[in-house]
Ligand binder design. Sequence first.
Ligand code: FES
Length: 95
Amino acid sequence: MKIYSVTLIRQGWRFDVQAGQSILLAAQEAGIRINSSCRNGSCRTCFCQLQQGVARHLIEWPSLSREEKDDAYILPCVATAESDLVILTDYAFKL
Ligand code: FES
């Protein structure tokens, strides 16, 4: 199974995510909480911007506009990594 590195650039924290695993869950397993609520891609509480790398949403219709997708915004509760990632969020905390 492939494992990718995720870096939260603003906090300087890094954790691993398995291919197919949600980024939010991987962060949680690493002791990092990214703000979340619904965890199904609808509420947008976990809204982050990808700075580097390739992520894929696990659901067909995540709650993002076309413009947000074009600007590399992701919902990490329903997104997984397809390469090492660098993510920008203001709302991550150590558990
Ligand atoms: S937690 Fe609701 S969209 Fe991610």
